[in-house]
Design a protein around this ligand. Structure first.
Ligand SMILES: C[S@@+](CC[C@H](N)C(=O)[O-])C[C@H]1O[C@@H](n2cnc3c(N)ncnc32)[C@H](O)[C@@H]1O
Length: 356
């Protein structure tokens, strides 16, 4: 089925030629009126996918404790900007704020900033977080200066990536064009050499690779801000520590879908290249480490026990199931990675060790 946005993209390609997968992703997710992240309510059981904070309150609570500890480590500045990138339904932040109510002075110092493009989600965030008087922003760069605590869960995976394939003639960029029928969108390799070849590894014919310029630019902006104004960032996402093939994927209604079909109605995401983010930040980084290790070190097993002590039998089973989803290696425990970015002026963050 061709969506209205699919027709607009096909018309653009007919006029100006094939576009990169990054441009396609930017249109499909970010088109001001029809983009998936502008209009859909994607997160949660009724949406297209579920995220860690929606699985259990423990996730947001432990991240809240991590953020409060980092605030203390930088000398408890007041005010401090607490910035969430892509807060979804506001669940992570609501759990983080509830868990840190008892930290003296923390809430009085906080100024909450939510970077969110999706209008229906902003309304949800208003319901969950309105009492903390958040300021909303379209872009990270709009948040006013000052010491900052930044958190991003499943945000970087939504940022556009270019794709490449190694041919006998060298690396070629994978483009999105229009089929001869004039309507449907198709993949095709660009015939000429790509200027991105110098950033791509030596690889055998047939190898595939991705470069996410938007993610790298955002990591650079985060690193520069932290070095200038002080603070910490915590980035959690599925991805790889370094090097991977083509990971761009489509999900609709909790199932895999075709990337090019129904743009605007389908979630598109790519695995996050954590090595590229860490290098782009140009600031001290820790990790990436496995989400399961990070949450265990922050005490998720103890937190689960204390919740279970006050729960009935079915609630106890639900807590165990959520715990397994968050930390088991065959669920989110290993695929999801955690990277911390710091200002170089404060101690080692909880959950990480010197070697990581
Ligand atoms: C996969 S959801 C994750 C939501 C939430 N962090 C969670 O864990 O449940 C991605 C979030 O980022 C927002 N988003 C996606 N692309 C964005 C962009 N370019 N700028 C700002 N927000 C964006 C989405 O609307 C959504 O809130």
């Amino acid at each position: 089925m061709i969506t209205e946005l699919g027709r607009l993209i096909a018309r653009r390609i007919a006029l100006t030629g094939p576009i990169s997968t990054a441009d396609f992703m930017a249109e499909a997710l970010g088109h001001p009126r029809l983009g998936y992240y502008r209009r859909a309510l994607p997160v949660g059981a009724a949406g297209d996918f579920t995220t860690a904070p929606e699985i259990s309150q423990m996730f947001g609570e432990l991240i809240g404790a991590w953020l409060a500890e980092r605030w203390l480590s930088i000398g408890a500045p007041s005010p401090v900007r607490l910035i969430e990138l892509g807060p979804g339904r506001g669940t992570l932040m609501a759990d983080a704020l509830r868990a840190t109510r008892g930290v003296p002075g923390f809430h009085a110092a906080l100024r909450l900033h939510l970077v969110e493009t999706n209008v229906p989600l902003r309304a949800e965030q208003h319901r969950t977080l309105g009492a903390s008087a958040p300021a909303w922003h379209e872009r990270f760069g709009e948040v006013p200066p000052g010491p900052a605590l930044i958190v991003a869960n499943e945000f970087f995976d939504a940022l556009p990536v270019r794709q490449f394939q190694k041919t006998a003639q060298g690396w070629r960029e994978r483009m999105v064009g229009v089929a001869p029928d004039g309507g449907s969108l198709v993949f095709a390799l660009a015939p000429g050499a790509t200027p991105f070849a110098r950033y791509l590894p030596d690889a055998p014919e047939g190898a595939q690779a991705e470069i996410g310029e938007a993610g790298r630019a955002l990591a650079a902006a985060i690193g520069a801000r932290l070095l200038r104004d002080g603070g910490w960032a915590l980035i959690v996402d599925y991805g790889y520590d370094s090097g991977a093939g083509a990971s761009l994927q489509a999900v609709r209604g909790h199932r895999g879908a075709s990337i090019l079909d129904r743009p605007g109605e389908t979630d598109l995401s790519a695995h996050v290249d954590f090595a590229a983010l860490a290098a782009s930040a140009k600031a001290p980084t820790f990790g990436p480490i496995a989400q399961g290790d990070f949450l265990r070190r922050l005490g998720i097993l103890q937190r689960a026990e204390s919740l279970k002590a006050r729960a009935n039998e079915s609630q106890r089973a639900a807590i165990d199931a959520a715990l397994a989803r968050l930390i088991d290696p065959d669920q989110m425990g290993t695929l999801f990675r955690v990277l911390a970015v710091g200002d170089g002026r404060s101690s080692l963050p909880a959950g990480f060790s010197e070697a990581e």
